[in-house]
Design a binder for this molecule. Structure first.
Ligand SMILES: NC(=O)c1ccc[n+]([C@@H]2O[C@H](COP(=O)([O-])OP(=O)(O)OC[C@H]3O[C@@H](n4cnc5c(N)ncnc54)[C@H](OP(=O)(O)O)[C@@H]3O)[C@@H](O)[C@H]2O)c1
Length: 305
């Protein structure tokens, strides 16, 4: 995250396949295998985690039987204590049957900034995994309740040699970087990987169908965003989302999930061809996100949104 490192994470494609639906037991195993095959045939990068039910095991089987080049992976590194990192990495490598992971996503959960960012033992463990070729590089995950940790890391420069960018929820309804962190990201052009491409569903479904928004705040935001979407001249929700997010110059990619072959193709096409939204639309969304960051996100309890 060193200042003005504009090359970092440039090789990422605009769309990264998120693998949660591969672990969704409401789908048949065959359906999940089919969509995994399709995603492997067309997507060069996947986002994986051992928290997505059987998704990682299923992918391991698909990877082992594939004759084609394997997708590269961003994987979540979520631990209770830093000394668990080597074992976590080995587990991922063995399950997937690969020799190294491309990007490790450092999950801060709610540990204090000092525990992670300023702890030289943790730095050494992660650096060692990198030198041994187990993990090629790292990005840092941000949630509203850990945004200050990322801000501290950026301002102190203490992770500049380790972390190449940030990864957080970013779509028209969510921007999980605080306003202070967002200013730093913009000023320093820190590479960002956006997550949750369409915020889980179409905006009108989030607004109108009970239960689609998993928290009331998302239903309220959908009610605010829907008229902006309708005025924007873009009639397709997925394209609207990707046009908004990917035209921030520091956003490298958007991670979105699907179990549907048509949606997969649509997400990829929309990401590759995403032209900027009209200026006034971008400004309206940015203003909303600034207000939400202050009014809701900054006060949010961990894991409440
Ligand atoms: N902390 C973390 O690291 C973290 C947290 C959350 C998510 N993620 C990553 O981000 C990925 C995406 O997150 P997510 O699934 O929560 O959010 P998402 O990608 O915004 O939403 C996925 C949902 O959107 C639907 N969808 C896909 N394309 C669509 C389209 N064109 N129009 C309307 N609906 C569409 C999918 O349904 P169909 O399956 O029917 O297409 C699926 O139910 C995850 O797989 C995961 O890799 C990471």
């Amino acid at each position: 995250m060193s200042k003005n490192d504009t090359r970092a994470l440039r090789e990422l494609p605009r769309y990264i396949y998120g693998t949660t639906r591969l672990g969704d037991e409401s789908l048949s195993l065959q359906q999940r295998r089919d969509i995994a095959d399709k995603a492997m045939a067309s997507c060069t990068w996947f986002h994986v985690s051992e928290q997505y039910g059987s998704a990682l095991a299923l992918l391991g089987e698909q990877f082992r039987s594939s004759q084609a080049p394997l997708p590269r992976t961003i994987f979540k590194m979520e631990v209770h204590s830093p000394d668990e990192y080597p074992e976590l990495v080995e587990r991922h490598l063995q399950t997937l049957g690969v020799a190294s992971m491309d990007i490790g996503q450092l999950c801060l959960r709610d540990r204090k900034a000092a525990d992670f960012v300023d702890d030289s033992d943790t730095f050494e463990i992660l650096n060692n995994l990198r030198s041994r070729g187990k993990v090629e590089r790292y990005v840092m995950e941000v949630f509203p309740w850990t945004a200050n940790i990322a801000l501290h890391a950026i301002e102190s420069g203490c992770l500049d040699d380790l972390v190449e960018g940030l990864i957080f929820y970013f779509n028209p309804l969510q921007r999980f970087a605080s306003n202070a962190l967002w200013s730093q990201i913009q000023e320093r052009q820190i590479p960002v990987i956006a997550m949750r491409s369409v915020c889980g569903a179409r905006v009108h479904d989030l607004r109108d169908i009970p239960g689609v928004a998993w928290q009331p705040y998302l239903q309220q935001r959908a009610a605010e965003v829907a008229p902006i979407f309708e005025r924007s001249g873009e009639s397709d929700w997925a394209r609207f989302c990707l046009r908004y997010v990917l035209n921030h110059p520091f956003v490298r990619a958007s991670v979105g999930a699907t179990a549907n072959a048509e949606n997969l193709k649509h997400l990829q096409d929309a990401a590759e061809t995403a032209t900027p939204l009209p200026e006034e639309t971008v400004e309206e969304l940015a203003n909303l996100q600034h207000r939400w960051a202050e009014g809701t996100d900054a006060q949010a309890r961990p894991w409440s949104m």
